[in-house]
Design a protein around this ligand. Structure first.
Ligand code: ATP
Ligand code: MG
Length: 408
């Protein structure tokens, strides 16, 4: 690759570099944005690497936020309060497979040498328009290769996340993982057990979202043995389902994971997803094979009430399986009509039932569910008087006050 004479560096990034250089600190653009621009993908999110220490960076700018000062990273805030990452040149002094202790006082070349892959280790000087590529990342960009900087076994043992990063970049750019790098990734894959669930989730989700072919990304995790370790509920997934991933209407990693997993709740919980996402996955697995009759609004309303947060996910996979059935259209129409679908949509609430003399406790929820049943069957029934009347009749049949617990 012949480097282009100039990269389109956003003015604010150049201004930050200029300020540091004026103060006597060598400063370069590095990382993913340099790589992406060389590949022809727009990316203005340039990280800067500098000889200034974090304290010196903070002294050069009025408004900064610490983004990991012990690792040398300071966020310099621009006019719109957007942080731009500025990191001190550093060298690893200690690693344990998950994180590194770094020291400052390093050179640009030291800093590039601690980066993961050669294509991520190219630097560009935003003011002098010079290039620095001591690891020959340019050749690997040409050859479409993901190659470890230095000795791959050692580099993966320093930080096992690099194994997953290699898979992500390979799938995103449709690059090949260079043979020695791939062999070392295979040999060391057990090390990913040490990683935190959050870092693994970020890699898995980012990979699913950014891969040129999501299916190829998933296969690469399967092939190397990463799914077996972190996503065992994917063991039984068929190649046909993997191939379907790229036909989904959108790249939603929670949906994609649920779709591949035979127990989405377990998978999403292991990845420490939010409770809302875990619940969504749980409902997905429970209801993935329950199909309402798309011709029947009542059926679709009951189904929507039951599947809750997984509704959009289930509609999305119904579009893969039976696009002609038209579930999506019915769901959209039912929702647009604004008919009640949840307890919260009812014209009465728990307090109304208490006021009627129903005792506190599970009976309240039970009666509300019954009211919802009525209303799902016929949305016109969602008016106060009628629902209260129904509830009043229910009070009369309530067996004494057993549900209310010991009297105060
Ligand atoms: P993207 O942001 O598109 O995912 P990126 O290459 O910018 O890709 P970042 O995680 O933003 O990835 O990291 C910025 C740069 O920091 C990388 O290009 C690489 O040079 C370096 N880097 C990031 N993570 C590691 C790591 N685990 N080991 C070594 N170097 C790393
Ligand atoms: Mg980045």
């Amino acid at each position: 690759m012949i480097f282009p004479p100039r990269l389109p560096i956003p003015e604010v990034v150049r201004d930050i570099a200029q300020r540091l250089e004026d103060a006597g600190f060598e400063t370069w653009c590095v990382g993913g944005a340099v790589r992406d621009n060389l590949l022809g993908y727009a990316n203005g999110d340039f990280d800067l690497a500098t000889a200034a220490t974090p304290q010196e960076i903070q002294r050069c700018f009025r408004r900064t936020i610490p983004l990991g000062v012990e690792h040398g990273t300071v966020g310099v805030l621009d006019r719109n309060n957007r942080p731009h990452e500025v990191t001190t040149f550093r060298r690893d002094v200690k690693t344990d497979g998950r994180r590194a202790v770094v020291e400052f006082g390093a050179s640009l070349d030291d800093d590039l040498a601690r980066r993961d892959f050669t294509i991520n280790a190219i630097a560009y000087h935003a003011l002098q328009h010079k290039w620095r590529d001591p690891l020959d990342g340019a050749s690997d960009l040409d050859a479409k290769l993901i190659r470890s900087v230095g000795e791959p076994d050692q580099r993966f043992r320093e930080d096992y996340l690099r194994i997953l990063r290699a898979l992500r970049f390979a799938a995103r750019f449709e690059f090949t993982i260079e043979q020695r790098t791939l062999n070392a990734a295979r040999r060391n894959v057990d090390g990913i057990k040490l990683l935190s669930a959050e870092r693994v989730r970020d890699e898995w989700f980012k990979g699913l979202t950014t891969a040129a072919q999501a299916a190829a990304f998933v296969r690469s995790w399967q092939e190397i043995g990463a799914t077996e370790i972190w996503l065992p509920e994917l063991a039984g997934v068929t190649e046909q389902d993997v191939a379907q991933l790229d036909r989904l209407p959108k790249r939603d990693p929670v949906l994609m994971t649920s779709f591949l997993s035979e127990d989405a709740q377990a998978t999403l919980r292991r990845l420490r997803c939010s409770n809302a996402e875990v619940d969504r996955g749980a409902r997905f697995t429970t209801f993935r094979d329950v199909r309402p009759n798309p011709e029947s609004d009542v059926d679709v309303r009951r189904w929507l009430a039951k599947v809750g947060a997984a509704a959009d996910d289930l509609v999305a996979i119904s579009m893969l399986r039976e696009p002609e059935a038209g579930l999506s259209a019915t769901v959209e129409r039912v929702r647009r009509s604004g008919v009640p679908l949840t307890l919260g949509d009812l014209a009465v609430d728990g307090d109304d039932l208490l006021a009627l003399g129903l005792s506190k406790g599970p009976i309240i929820g039970k009666v509300l569910e019954e009211l919802l049943e009525e209303v799902l069957e016929d949305p016109a029934r969602n008016e106060r008087a009628g629902l209260l009347e129904y509830a009043r009749r229910r009070v009369e049949t309530e067996p004494s006050r057993r549900d209310s617990g010991p009297a105060a």
